[in-house]
Design a protein around this ligand. Structure first.
Ligand SMILES: C=C(O[C@@H]1C=C(C(=O)O)C=C[C@H]1O)C(=O)O
Length: 264
């Protein structure tokens, strides 16, 4: 009975998602919230470097505790259909189990080659080597499982945002195919990068993210009257730097990578 009801609902409620430059930008703005909250949640724990050790932590598993949590969680989420959605990209696509649930009819908006664009290996490395030390206090409180769980949700949020570049690129391509096509044929990465870049949009993104980190991450007390005493759970400039140095450039790399295959 539960199943019949679910099928009925999905058929009735599926109208097909519409992707436009505005809707895609709206989605990116909403994802900023998730990323800022993710930073705040991860910052609750100190570095807990045992989570990322060389692989002695889990008997019979040749990776870190974080890797163990991510691989196993991705496997569970794959079984319930997470990666049926073209907006989702796994960190460990190798050996993921198939989905066990009835497929939802996600809008087929992207070129089929989109599935081969996955830069999660670089995101993974950046996250642990460069990002974590920027906003996490040193120390060890033993909460390795909770730490890995918060790493996973933040990594997923960052990855989803960066790979959303595929949708941005497809929208831009459809709007000005005649400008994009010659650059794609010439494999002119620089030309493509220039054409898809909107400096003013990027500046708004960075400023808004910094503001969100201030608003969402301020320590709230009942006598917050004095603005000068406000403190933050994550340094707002770190959130802005994350976007400036990594998220925006990687989103654009995904856009270029996707476009290079757009005429295959
Ligand atoms: C995502 C877009 O493409 C580019 C990347 C941006 C980003 O990652 O935030 C912002 C502006 C563009 O330079 C967009 O145009 O909205």
């Amino acid at each position: 009975m539960g199943m019949a009801k679910a099928e009925e609902l999905s058929l009735e409620s599926v109208k097909g998602k519409v992707y436009t430059l505005d809707s895609v930008r709206e989605a990116l703005i909403r994802q900023e919230d998730t990323i800022v909250f993710g930073l705040i949640e991860r910052a609750k724990f100190p570095m807990n470097s045992h989570t990322y050790g060389g692989g002695e932590e889990i008997p019979g598993f040749a990776g870190s505790l974080a890797e163990f949590v991510v691989k196993n969680t991705e496997a569970v989420q794959a079984k319930v259909g997470r990666y049926n959605n073209p907006e989702e990209n796994p960190f460990f696509p190798e050996n993921l189990p198939p989905s066990l649930v009835p497929p939802y009819p996600f809008t087929e908006f992207l070129h089929p080659k989109a599935a081969s664009v996955n830069i999660n290996k670089s995101i993974w490395k950046l996250y642990f080597d460069e990002l974590l030390p920027l906003f996490v206090a040193s120390g060890d409180d033993g909460n390795y499982a909770q730490t890995a769980a918060s790493d996973l949700s933040l990594l997923q949020a960052i990855s989803r945002r960066i790979h959303y570049g595929k949708f941005v690129a497809e929208v831009k391509f459809r709007e000005s195919a005649q400008q994009y096509e010659p650059l794609i044929r010439a494999e002119d990465k620089e030309g493509l990068m220039k054409l898809l870049t909107f400096e003013s949009v990027e500046e708004m993104v960075r400023k808004r993210v910094e503001k969100k980190a201030k608003v969402f991450g301020q320590n709230v007390t009942l006598n917050n009257g004095d603005e000068k005493n406000v403190t933050y759970k994550v340094d707002p400039s770190v959130a802005a730097t994350l976007y400036k140095n990594w998220i925006i450039p990687l989103t654009k790399d995904v856009q270029v990578e996707y476009l290079l295959h757009r005429l295959d």
